[in-house]
Design a protein around this ligand. Structure first.
Ligand SMILES: [Zn+2]
Ligand SMILES: [Zn+2]
Length: 980
């Protein structure tokens, strides 16, 4: 037998004996009531009973667990220990029951006749025990604990019939602040019940948070059982039993709440939090006319009145603390919820309010404006700082007013709103920019990296939290204003006219630009720190997590920022001259070590949009331009003779590092590992760039050549790790419904990506990252790749060694990807215009054929491009079906060149035909082909042969010549053997 079990039996046995002694002597002890031991003994009665019930609950839990283990393992519990547990439980049940019976047997007069000091002591000891049970019980679920503990409180209160004063002090102790309960003071309205988490102090641990949750569950349960008035206001619920006539329930609620506030200041602080949970139930009740709802409604009105009168009196008469507390209470009654996810955030009001409430709210808002004006001026003159909390609450109040009463706000109210929002946002931008400046300095003048890290932590640590909180609420208001401008029902209202014109419209673009600057500055500071150390950059990354909601709101404005704002923000960042630029900043946010999903999406969309897209893809973009223009003029042989590595285009390192990430390493990572996610996002960015670059641009050709030559197609191995193709392949009998969920998600995603050419929906739904989300992204990447990089994918596919895998991939592609892809290819060919009356292209969809016809006078030729049903994994075939008056050599040459253009094409077939057509035209113009590849335009980069041999005068493609030099290991002309 385990000694612990033994000792607990002994403990209960001792308790049983003690109880028997007590049973016999209680009434003699009663005589000595003044003795301080007596209340403790009474308290012990309750505590022992509670201990028993708690311990029983724990035993049950244990039994349940061991039973589950039993059935799982198939080994029954050792009978002796089972018997022991049963014996112990039996003991506890008996003890609990006998105490319960004894307590119930004490007549009501026993409790009534107790000295009020005794009851008062009881009302202090017992809540502490309950609190201990709520906070310290580790092995029982919060739900279970709260049910149990609230039952204790209800039973105890029923038995003891505490009067109003004692009841109040009971709840005072029960609900008082403590070391585990520091969160009372920080209720926040705009994020509903989640707000408490957001406003946690950084030093609050998970454990404390857990305790907090347990306590909230308990208070919730208690309010459910005893009613809000008893728990919060301290009105005895058993008043009908007429033990205490001190308070009249029929009196107006307002007087009650005044009584309660006067007596019980602590409750005023608790109230906002309690209200946030009550309001939730309240809106669920749909403003029903139950007496409960009525009580809540009346209370809210009386609190509004109280707050108005607080703000009305001169600021010296009413303590600032009171104003703060009352405003907190009011704000908690009008919650706003932020919803809308990744695409666009919207602030929603959580309940319907009555006309009375609305007009009170408006009065309150006007009083606040006057109050704010007077304190702002007194700040200048007398130097007494207005409470920053009151300022923060004012900004929150503004958000609430815009949310609940926008249609009633007057012109001067709106001006106040605009001013407030503008001021808060501007100061937050200043703050973040100052921080970036500080970080820039810290890294420039660093002595050592430790030194820089210390400075950095200092800069980040001293960030003014209030400014960001103010800006957060201001952004909520801005969010609502934007929403108001977009909703239809508000179309004709006067206030919308006001928002769309005047002050706000002018400053709105300016504010969006400011928010962009703030975003870029924060990214740049992360980029600067990244160049120091990974640890340093994570300091910046995690500092954002402390203001998650603020940053999420910031992100929502960035995605919709107008072009002009983006341009000005970029310009002002470049003028600033920090050690890192805006684009590096955006990449740092996208691939942050502490990623925030909304910010990543915002960075992603900025990197793809003007004016950032030009800078975000290729290193030294302008140099690349001049290089290609030099090629076109054909004068610069030396540029083409540069070593191969210098000649090919260079992606920005942030991108190329991930695109060229060794796939052998990536294959070993977990399916949701950060490296893998980053590589996939980098590919999404690269493919989206390719998709948006104009078909004829030289930069597109350069990037395609880079991919074909420098990037390992084994990235597709990684992609197919996410798609269980073997299950997805149709093997005759299996239906679509039997697909593995990952395969199904991937199949849909690839189909959709081919049809829409967009990866955005799959990035937007990537978080929270799971295997299913990654499968969707992998599927959409595959779809984009076979559409944009068919030759790249084919190279990979033809080198696959695993036969059964390649068969499955082929079936998957054939079923899901090829049909929409072929459809798209055919329609692109159909839409193509070649501007040449001798040349035409037609499509035969049913035969999967494209026919290119050249006809001039008596001569003509038909070249048929036949697409395989699992395009693009299998080769395209080209055939000459008809030729008239054209030499067989020429026919053959055209056929071969069309074949090689179509097969090496990374892009649409229509494009390949177009390139081939211009090759064809050049031939008629008399341009000579490159003697190495027999083509005029190079098949992958579409350059003309320009490098001429000084002796034999033949011209070669740069790329062909390099290949020749490197394979033959000499640098002589392939034709005449003169050194080049
Ligand atoms: Zn060539
Ligand atoms: Zn030569």
């Amino acid at each position: 037998m385990v000694p612990e079990e033994n000792s607990s039996i002994i403990n209960f046995e001792m308790a049983r004996i003690a109880f028997k002694v007590l049973q016999g002597s209680l009434f003699s002890l009663w005589r000595l009531e003044e003795n301080s031991v007596f209340p403790s003994i009474l308290a012990a009665l309750f505590v022992i009973e509670w201990e028993c019930s708690m311990s029983l609950a724990l035993d049950e839990e244990k039994c349940l667990e061991s039973n589950i283990e039993d059935t799982e393992v198939g080994v029954s519990m050792c009978s002796s220990s089972k018997g022991c547990l049963e014996e112990e439980m039996h003991l506890k049940v008996n003890l609990a029951e006998s105490i319960h019976v004894f307590c119930q047997s004490l007549s009501p007069s026993f409790w009534d006749n107790l000295h009020s000091c005794t009851l008062n002591r009881l009302a202090t000891i017992l809540p502490q025990c309950v609190r201990y049970a709520v906070f310290q019980t580790r092995d029982l679920h919060a739900e279970r604990t709260s049910i149990l503990c609230s039952e204790w409180v209800v039973d105890m209160l029923k038995l003891t019939c505490l009067d109003h004063r004692n009841l109040e002090s009971f709840f005072d102790v029960l609900l008082s602040e403590g070391e585990h309960w520091p969160l009372w003071l920080m209720p926040s309205l705009q994020n509903g019940h989640l707000s408490v988490k957001v406003q946690l102090d950084p030093d609050i641990t998970d454990e404390i948070e857990l305790k907090h949750e347990r306590f909230v569950a308990f208070v919730d349960r208690l309010i459910l059982k005893l009613g809000f008035s008893e728990v919060v206001l301290g009105i005895p619920g058993n008043i009908q039993s007429a033990t205490s006539q001190s308070i009249d329930i029929t009196s107006p609620v307002s007087s009650l709440s005044r009584v309660w506030v006067a007596v019980n200041r602590k409750c005023l602080k608790i109230l906002p939090y309690v209200m946030t949970s009550i309001i939730k139930q309240f809106s669920a009740l749909n403003n029903g006319d139950s007496s409960y709802a009525d009580l809540v409604r009346k209370s809210i009105q009386s609190w509004l009145d109280a707050t108005i009168s607080c703000l009305s009196s001169s600021s010296r008469e009413v303590p600032v603390q009171d104003i703060e507390d009352w405003m907190q209470v009011v704000l908690s009654c009008f919650p706003l919820r932020i919803t809308g996810g990744a695409r666009e955030l919207v602030a929603v009001v959580e309940r319907e309010i009555s006309d009375t409430e609305r007009s009170l709210m408006l009065t309150l808002f006007q009083k606040y404006q006057i109050f704010y004006g007077s304190t702002a001026s007194s700040l200048v003159t007398s130097g007494t700082a207005v409470s920053t909390t009151v300022e923060l609450l004012g900004v929150k109040l503004t958000a609430v007013l815009v949310g609940y009463c926008w249609s009633n706000l007057k012109e001067n109210d709106w001006h106040f709103v605009f001013r407030m929002v503008f001021k808060c946002i501007e100061s937050s931008v200043l703050l973040v920019e100052e921080m970036t400046d500080g970080i820039n300095d810290a890294t420039i003048n660093q002595v050592s990296s430790e030194d820089a890290l210390e400075k950095l932590k200092l800069v980040v640590g001293t960030t003014d939290k209030l400014t960001l909180s103010l800006a957060e609420s201001a952004l909520v208001t801005m969010c609502q204003l934007n929403h108001l401008c977009n909703i239809q029902e508000a179309e004709n209202s006067q206030c919308v006219q006001l928002i769309k014109s005047g002050d706000y419209a002018e400053s709105n673009d300016k504010m969006v630009e400011s928010v962009l600057r703030l975003f870029l500055a924060s990214g740049v500071s992360e980029a600067i720190t990244k160049s120091c150390s990974e640890e340093a950059s994570s300091v910046i990354g995690s500092s954002r997590h402390a203001y998650l909601h603020f940053w999420e709101l910031v992100a929502s404005f960035i995605k919709n920022a107008p072009l002009q704002s983006r341009k000005s923000a970029l310009e002002s960042m470049e003028l600033w001259g920090l050690t890192k630029g805006s684009v590096s900043g955006l990449y740092s946010i996208l691939f942050s070590s502490q990623p925030i999903f909304h910010l990543q999406l915002a960075a992603f969309s900025l990197l793809l949009s003007e004016p950032f897209c030009q800078l975000s893809l290729v290193k030294n973009y302008s140099m690349g331009e001049s290089c290609s223009s030099a090629q076109q003029s054909g004068t610069s042989q030396s540029a083409e003779l540069m070593p191969d590595s210098d000649k090919t285009v260079h992606l920005r390192e942030e991108l190329s590092d991930l695109i060229e990430f060794p796939t052998s390493e990536l294959l070993k990572t977990d399916l949701t590992a950060r490296d893998r996610v980053d590589v996939f996002i980098a590919w999404s960015l690269l493919l989206s760039h390719l998709q948006t670059l104009p078909a004829s641009s030289s930069i597109k050709g350069d990037v395609l050549q880079y991919i074909q030559e420098k990037v390992s197609p084994c990235i597709l191995d990684c992609i197919f790790q996410h798609i269980p193709v073997k299950a997805a392949a149709p093997n005759g009998k299996k239906k679509d419904t039997e697909l593995a969920p990952e395969a199904e998600a991937a199949a849909k995603a690839s189909k959709n990506a081919i049809a829409t050419c967009s990866l955005l929906p799959y990035l937007e739904s990537l978080w929270p990252i799971g295997t299913l989300q990654m499968a969707s992204l992998a599927g959409s990447l595959y779809g984009m790749m076979i559409r944009l990089l068919p030759s790249f994918v084919r190279t990979w596919f033809t080198t696959l060694r695993d036969r059964s895998l390649s068969y499955s991939i082929e079936s998957f592609t054939k079923q899901w990807c090829s049909p929409p892809l072929l459809l798209d290819e055919f329609s692109q060919v159909k839409e193509s215009v070649y501007g040449d009356e001798n040349f035409s292209v037609s499509v035969n969809r049913s035969a999967f054929e494209i026919v290119a016809t050249y006809k001039k006078e008596e001569t003509g030729i038909d070249l048929v491009i036949r697409l395989p049903s699992c395009y693009p994994l299998r080769h395209v075939d080209v055939e000459c079906t008809r030729s008239l008056g054209i030499s067989e050599v020429k026919c053959r040459k055209w056929l071969l060149s069309l074949t090689s253009f179509v097969r090496s094409q990374n892009g649409a077939i229509a494009e390949a035909i177009r390139t081939w057509k211009s090759n064809f035209d050049k031939e008629f113009e008399g341009v000579e082909e490159c003697p190495i590849c027999y083509s005029i335009l190079h098949t992958s980069n579409h350059n003309l042969p320009r490098l001429a041999c000084k002796t034999c005068k033949h011209k070669f493609h740069g790329a062909c010549l390099y290949k020749w030099f490197s394979t033959s290991n000499k640098s002589t002309c392939p034709l005449c053997q003169t050194p080049f």
